[in-house]
Ligand binder design. Structure first.
Ligand code: ATP
Ligand code: MG
Ligand code: FE
Length: 350
C-alpha cells in the first residue's frame, strides 16, 4: 500500500509517499519538506497569513517533487492523506483542499489525518512497536502524556495547564533575541551554559496527576534576566541552560508518574515513545532515557521525523486505510482537534 501525505498545518509545506508492507512495516519512498522559517524569523513566530500564502505558492511543486522522488504516479497510489487539523486554519485549508482535489480527480480514497495522531504513530513507521504504548507528545502547540491503545484510540493521562514546551522554548528564544524557531537556538545556547547558576522553579514536580506547567518557569527566566541586565553572552547561555534543565527535570518527574499510572491500568507498555518537534532536544531525550532505563524500551524518531513532515501524515494515512477507514470529501478542516477525539470510526469523525 502506498499513500501520499500532505502537511500544511503550520510553517512546513511538506509531502511524502510512504509504503506500508504486508508485514506492517513502513518505508519512506520520498519526504520533501520546505520550511518557511526564514519568512517568519523577523516576527519571532509564525504569521498565519504569510504561512497560508506560502503554502499556496509551494504546495504543487512540493507534491510533484515527492511523487517524482518516490518514482510513483498518482495512479499508483492507494490513498491520498492530508492533515485536516489541528493547526493554523488557512494552511490546513490549502493542504486539505489539494488532497481532496487529487483524490477526486484520481478516484483514490481520501484520508483526513489528525496532525497529532500523525506525530503519535510515527514511531510505528520507524520501529516495529505494538499497542498499547505510553506517548510523550511534545511540540509547538501540545504537551501531553497519552496511552496509545490503537489507531484512533488515545487516552490522555496528562497535559499542560498553560503553555506547550515548544512554545516556552520559542518564547525564551524571543526574549533573548535568539531567533525563530527557538527550540534549536535555546538548545545550542544551553550547550555553553551552566544550568546551576540560576535557581529556577520546577513546576508540578510531585503532583499525582502527570500534568505540566511552563508559564511560571518562563516568567522566572524573564525576572532573572531583568534582574541581572544588561546581559552578556554568558548570562544568556546560563539562563538557557537553567531553563532547559528545569524543563527536563519536570518532564522526567511527569513521565515517572505517567508510567506508574499506565502500568496500573494497562500493564507493561510495549514502549515509551517521544514525539513532536521538541523530541529533537538532546537533553530531553537523554533525560527520558534515564527515567525509562531498565523499565521500558524508549523509542524516539530520527530527528528529521520529529518536526512536521509529510511522511508522518502519509504513514497515519496507511494505518487508517489498512483498517478500512477513509473520509468523505466533505470532511471539514479543524483548527482545534484534540487527539482523544480522533475517534476510530469514520462516522464519529464528521
Ligand atoms: P503541534 O504539533 O502541536 O501542532 P507544531 O506542529 O508547530 O505544533 P512541531 O513542528 O511538532 O510543532 O514542533 C515545533 C516545536 O518544536 C517548536 O516550538 C520548536 O521550537 C520546538 N523544537 C524544535 N527543535 C527543538 C529542540 N532541539 N529543542 C527544543 N525544542 C525544539
Ligand atoms: Mg514548524
Ligand atoms: Fe507538529
Amino acid at each position: 500500500m502506498r499513500v501520499l501525505g500532505i502537511e500544511t498545518t503550520c510553517d512546513e509545506t511538506a509531502a511524502s509517499v510512504v509504503e506500508r508492507l504486508p508485514d506492517g512495516s513502513g518505508r519512506i519512498l520520498s519526504n520533501t519538506v520546505l520550511s518557511q522559517a526564514r519568512r517568519h524569523a523577523a516576527y519571532g513566530g509564525v504569521v498565519p497569513e504569510i504561512a497560508s500564502r506560502a503554502h499556496v505558492d509551494a504546495l504543487d511543486t512540493i507534491v510533484a517533487q515527492a511523487l517524482r522522488d518516490a518514482g510513483v504516479s498518482i495512479g499508483q497510489l492507494d490513498g491520498i492523506a492530508a492533515a485536516a487539523g489541528p493547526g493554523l486554519i488557512g494552511g490546513v485549508i490549502v493542504g486539505l483542499t489539494t488532497a481532496k482535489a487529487l483524490a477526486f480527480a484520481s478516484s483514490r480514497p481520501f484520508i483526513a489525518v489528525n496532525h497529532l495522531e500523525a506525530h503519535a504513530l510515527t514511531a510505528r513507521l520507524t520501529d516495529n512497536i505494538r499497542f498499547p504504548y505510553l506517548l510523550l507528545l511534545v511540540s509547538g502547540g501540545h504537551t501531553q502524556l497519552l496511552a496509545v491503545e490503537g489507531v484512533g484510540r488515545y487516552v490522555r493521562l496528562g497535559t499542560t495547564i498553560d503553555d506547550a514546551i515548544g512554545e516556552a522554548f520559542d518564547k525564551v528564544a524571543k526574549l533573548f533575541g535568539l531567533g525563530y524557531p527557538g527550540g534549536p537556538a535555546v538548545e545550542r545556547a544551553a550547550l555553553n551554559g551552566d544550568p546551576t547558576r540560576f535557581q529556577l522553579p520546577r513546576p508540578m514536580i510531585g503532583r499525582i496527576e502527570p500534568n505540566f506547567s511552563l508559564a511560571g518557569l518562563k516568567t522566572a527566566v524573564r525576572i532573572e534576566a531583568e534582574r541581572i541586565a544588561p546581559l552578556r553572552d554568558r548570562d544568556v547561555f546560563d539562563l538557557c541552560a537553567g531553563f532547559q534543565a528545569a524543563v527536563v527535570d519536570m518532564v522526567i518527574d511527569r513521565v515517572r508518574v505517567a508510567l506508574s499510572i499506565f502500568e496500573e491500568k494497562w500493564g507493561d507498555p510495549t514502549a515509551f515513545v517521544v514525539a513532536g518537534g521538541v523530541a529533537a532536544n538532546s537533553a530531553l531525550r537523554e533525560g527520558v532515557r534515564r527515567v525509562t532505563d531498565g523499565r521500558v524500551d524508549l523509542v524516539a524518531p530520527p530527528l528529521e521525523l520529529c518536526g512536521d513532515n509529510g511522511a508522518m501524515i502519509a504513514w497515519a494515512g496507511c494505518e487508517r486505510l489498512t483498517l478500512g477507514m477513509r473520509d468523505p470529501l466533505s470532511f471539514a478542516p479543524r483548527a482545534r482537534w484534540p487527539l482523544d477525539e480522533a475517534a476510530a470510526l469514520p462516522g464519529a469523525r464528521a
